[in-house]
Design a protein around this ligand. Structure first.
Ligand code: 0FX
Length: 244
């Protein structure tokens, strides 16, 4: 039986918009789609009408279970509680290739640990970025990538996978493969632990360039060292340009 009442819960306005474009182009119009965000996201950042769901509140969980039969997490920053996962089909779009890049900011750790990377659509289970895999594909990773350039390639791959697989997910005709192993998982704390550059530590040139590439992402202030006189944080990024 196909799904009908679909909730998209997200904290990423770009992906919400892309999702909206994909559903506008679906040939089968028999579905209803509602969008929601987390309490810490701002509704004004989202083009479409959004509800707010707090997945720590049992009344919100009960409401979701009663209203929807399929839920997409497209970069929703809340953990889906087991009560929700066991009562409604929940699907996650992850900016990493499961199980190699589970967890937080996967492209950062892919650069640091030289891991292959891509994007995954999977069913949510009780562990992070872990359930049965519906679709996954690798993206290229280059020595001249920063976190931002690699992230943008992964986002494009996520949209591409959604485009290809959304009809069969809605029809409930997709198939899954199980992750081969537990893979790698990095958390927000692991990202925070990367940020400080110790001026007295010996890094190889490669290690230091990789650390700076992994922490260079648009205007975010990530990597830093401490000013030798004042002890203030000095943020540092890297600028890379391939010889054309
Ligand atoms: O929404 P999202 O792209 O993804 C994150 C997690 O990486 C992902 O595993 C999880 N499923 C999802 C719910 O949340 O995160 P974002 O929009 O906050 O950040 C996008 C990129 O920006 C991130 O990959 C790295 C970069 N960034 C972000 C922040 C806030 C930084 O480099 N520094 C930062 O302080």
């Amino acid at each position: 039986m196909s799904f009908n009442k679909v909730l998209i819960i997200s904290d990423n306005a770009y992906l919400c918009n892309e999702f909206k474009k994909i559903i506008e182009n679906l040939s089968n119009k028999n579905y209803s789609f509602d969008f929601a965000i987390s309490p810490f996201s701002k509704p004004k950042d989202f083009d479409n009408q959004v509800d707010i769901y707090d997945l720590k509140k049992s009344e919100d969980i009960k409401e979701i279970i009663s209203r929807f039969d399929l839920i997409f997490s497209i970069h929703c920053k809340q953990i889906f509680p087991i009560e929700l996962v066991e009562n409604v089909k929940c699907i996650n779009i992850h900016p990493g290739y499961n199980p190699i890049n589970r967890g937080w900011y996967p492209q950062v750790f892919s650069i640091i640990h030289d891991l292959p990377i891509g994007a995954t659509i999977h069913e949510i289970d009780n562990k992070l970025d872990h359930g049965p895999i519906i679709a996954r594909e690798f993206v290229e990773k280059y020595d001249y990538d920063t976190s931002e350039s690699l992230y943008n390639r992964i986002l494009a791959k996520e949209v591409d996978l959604l485009n290809k697989y959304l009809p069969q997910i809605l029809e409930n005709t997709y198939s899954v493969v199980m992750p081969e192993n537990e893979g790698n998982i990095y958390l927000k704390k692991d990202f925070n632990d990367l940020l400080k550059i110790d001026l007295d530590k010996n890094y190889s040139a490669g290690e230091l360039i990789d650390k700076l590439r992994a922490l260079t992402h648009g205007s975010y202030s990530n990597a830093y060292f401490l000013d030798r006189k004042t002890g203030e944080k000095i943020f540092v990024g890297i600028n890379l340009k391939k010889d054309e």
